[in-house]
Design a protein around this ligand. Structure first.
Ligand code: G6P
Length: 619
């Protein structure tokens, strides 16, 4: 949540910062701002609304300076407005600060500072940091920041500049991400790697409770006690082009189409010559054999991947497995201990609730294995072992390729454990490996059908919009499935809600008779995942129940299934024939695309849906 950028060098900071912020906009987009130092004064511009509003303003009235900070906001304290946008200043306008996170004790600090005479202009928690630094400033910005940090409770990453020290850019982090981009005669601060990749591939991942002091030629890292720390520079091995749209109308569409390639890479990299390897796994085979249960914890889409994980792990590894959303796990007394393998799943590796759940599990003695996309992220670093999904940067707020990549990793981990614990006969295991290897090609085939801009799903979405208006906006979506595709019903509904703001609910089809059936008349469109499986007949009965009550059915069925056509369904989506165990990643594709086309029909901002952010670094 919220993106931070900082620059110090010989070039004009404004455009560099705007470009960096454009790569961080997925983190928040309700307001944006920049501050630079020119001569001996701070120049500040901040605007409510998306970055393009700020950019337009700066184009007609630019600010100068070769040092600056920038911010793109996702509001927590104080409504989105020009005043609440970052950067924030101290009373005298000598320093400017941007912040990502939440200062939990800000009210208490604010009252104290106000009594001491500090004047606040915004409703944000952030502004207290600026005034605290002002209070402690006596000619050394780094010391003043350090003293201020000691007073803060909560999570934060921040960047600060002071007009009296125009050759220093200071950053600090505690629980929110911050990296340093190391350049030649210039250096950068950012919440995430894509923001600096136009300029450098050398980055330092700051750890919690670290301060970075950047001059144009040097980076100094200290801990909160002021001790110097040697931090190694990491090389980024992916390109900025991967964080661009490559001709697609939206990042979401591009990322959907990348999925077959991502799956192919995961399977080829990890499964070679009949054996599976996870280079960062760390947990030994002996340790794996001793675990009595598995706990999976995650948020949002990653949680849905985790739910699928439960089906496959229990089925093939014969180990009890439960799945929890991180924000629930962290506030109950979870029954995890050293006999529990805790799997945390997170695309960003920075989700605050998942990070807190991980720490809670560690306190209980559980070994934590992370499934993460972002290299060097907090969750990856704090876990005992990590399996990276290597899906490349995911920019669209609605997660797609990270989801199927998480599924692919869960399949591999399951097969690895099943082999280790001998819970599946060798011949069956081999057959399963073989089938799994087919999935990327099947997905490629499936995606090819949707390559033309106007395809069957785009047509269904168009039909939906018309119907929606005919029914005076009373139409909504229900997603029903059973067994291993039930998490996909939740994910399909989530995708639709996220980007098209249409009410959608995912339900296990067998539960329909205990409630959702009351919603069925001619209004809802019901997506029924009815691929060939052990529960196919049951799904067909559910379809009949819906049709008997005039519901509109979109069936997702297996290619070549003639029977489904006899059930009076309204729309058909086909997926290639595959073992039901491996159907979830294939079923996910049309679900993602359907949500995409519906949102496009309604003309919404697909990559940046309202109120959401890609990386939720606050509780
Ligand atoms: C946010 C995003 C979702 C994502 C969830 C978990 O809500 O909008 O797309 O699934 O966070 O994020 P993580 O990075 O932990 O997978």
């Amino acid at each position: 949540m919220c993106g931070i950028a900082g620059y110090i060098g010989d070039r004009e900071a404004q455009d560099i910062l705007l470009k960096s912020l454009s790569r961080l906009e997925y983190r928040g987009y309700d307001s944006a701002g920049l501050a630079t130092i020119k001569g001996r004064s701070i120049q500040l511009v901040k605007k409510q609304g998306k970055l393009k509003i700020l950019s337009a303003d700066l184009k007609s009235d630019p600010i100068e300076g070769a040092i600056g900070i920038g911010h793109t906001r996702w509001a927590t304290h104080g409504i989105p407005s020009d005043i609440n946008a970052h950067p924030h200043l101290d009373c005298k306008g000598k320093l400017a600060l941007v912040h990502n996170g939440i200062i939990e004790n800000y009210l208490e600090l604010k009252e104290k500072l106000q009594k001491e005479g500090h004047k606040f202009t915004s409703q944000t928690d952030t502004e207290v940091i600026a005034h605290l630094i002002e209070k402690f400033y006596s000619g050394d910005i780094v010391e003043a920041v350090r003293k201020a940090l000691k007073k803060l409770r909560g999570s934060y990453a921040m960047a600060v500049i002071h007009k009296d020290e125009p050759a220093k850019l200071v950053g600090a982090r505690c629980d929110s991400p911050l990296i340093v981009g190391v350049g030649q005669g210039e250096n950068f601060l950012a919440s995430d790697v894509p923001a600096v990749l136009d300029h450098t591939k050398d980055v330092i991942y700051l750890n919690n409770r670290e301060i970075a002091v950047l001059t144009k030629d040097h980076v100094l890292v200290k801990d909160f006690e002021g001790r110097k720390i040697n931090r190694k520079v990491s090389k980024i091995n992916w390109d900025i082009s991967q964080a661009e749209k490559a001709g697609y109308r939206h990042f979401m569409l591009k990322e959907i189409f990348e999925q077959s390639g991502v799956l192919n890479n995961i399977l080829n990299e990890r499964y070679k010559k009949g054996s599976i390897s996870f280079e960062e796994l760390k947990i030994s085979d002996d340790e794996f054999k001793k675990f009595k249960r598995i706990a999976i914890v995650a948020c949002g889409t990653a949680y849905h991947a985790g739910l699928t994980g439960k089906y496959i792990l229990e089925d093939l590894v014969k180990i009890p497995c439960w799945v929890d959303v991180s924000s629930e796990f962290r506030y109950r007394n979870p029954l995890v201990d050293k006999e529990t393998l805790m799997i945390v799943i997170s695309q960003s590796g920075e989700t605050a609730d998942t990070l807190a759940a991980l720490r809670e599990a560690k306190r209980h003695g559980a070994k934590v294995l992370a499934i993460c996309n972002v290299l060097g992220s907090s969750i990856a670093r704090e876990s005992y072992g990590v399996i990276y999904t290597h899906a490349g940067p995911e920019i669209a707020v609605a997660s797609t390729k990270a989801y199927t990549a998480q599924l692919a990793v869960l399949y591999l981990l399951t097969l690895y454990l099943a082999r280790l614990k001998k819970t599946v006969a060798a011949s069956k295991l081999n057959a399963l490996f073989k089938e799994l290897k087919r999935v990327p090609a099947l997905m490629e085939e499936l995606l090819a059908e949707y390559k033309p801009d106007y395809n069957i799903l785009a047509a269904y979405a168009q039909g939906f919009r018309k119907y929606y208006h005919e029914k005076h906006n009373k139409t909504f979506f229900l997603y029903l499935a059973r067994n291993i595709n039930y998490p996909n019903a939740l994910e399909g509904a989530l995708k639709l809600k996220e980007i098209s703001y249409i009410s959608a609910e995912g339900y296990p089809a067998g539960e329909m008779k205990h409630g959702p059936i009351a919603l069925i008349d001619e209004n809802p469109w019901v997506v029924c995942i009815a691929v060939k499986s052990r529960t196919y007949d049951k799904m067909v009965s559910n379809i009949q129940e819906i049709k008997a009550r005039n519901g509109i059915v979109i069936a997702i069925a297996t290619e070549g299934d003639k029977e489904i056509l006899h059930h009076n369904i309204n729309y058909l989506i086909e997926i290639p024939k595959v073992d039901e165990l491996f159907s979830p990643p294939l079923v996910a594709v049309p679900l993602q695309l359907l949500a995409y086309y519906v949102a496009r029909e309604f003309g919404y901002d697909i990559d940046q849906p309202r109120n959401l952010a890609k990386s939720v670094t606050v509780e």
